[in-house]
Design a protein. Structure first.
Length: 101
């Protein structure tokens, strides 16, 4: 593969694996979204600034309630339906969720 494509694909794969599935704070969204931290809630959302870098992946409950809403419209959905989402557990920090885990 390196012979035909160079080192670029290898570095891309390793970087993607590091940021998406390791102990890197950006990867902690898996823990923040799918582990129970408060009460009986099976999922939780994250409403922090890293949503701008991760295509709003933190709007997890909203995504599961309305899977066909585009990622760019999930913050608008959250604002429109705030009375339904204000009482659902959420995280302010993925790093904090990783630390609590």
């Amino acid at each position: 593969m390196v012979h035909y494509y160079g080192w670029g694909p290898i570095f891309y794969f390793l970087g993607s694996a590091h940021f998406a599935g390791s102990w890197h704070p950006l990867a902690s969204h898996f823990i923040a979204e799918h582990y129970t931290f408060v009460g009986e809630a099976e999922t939780a959302s994250y409403y922090g600034p890293l949503n701008y870098l991760t295509w709003n992946v933190g709007f997890h409950n909203e995504h599961h309630d309305f899977p066909y809403i585009a990622w760019s419209n999930l913050p608008k959905l959250r604002k429109l339906a705030s009375k339904y989402y204000d009482n659902v557990p959420y995280h302010k920090s993925w790093t904090g969720a990783l630390w609590d885990f």
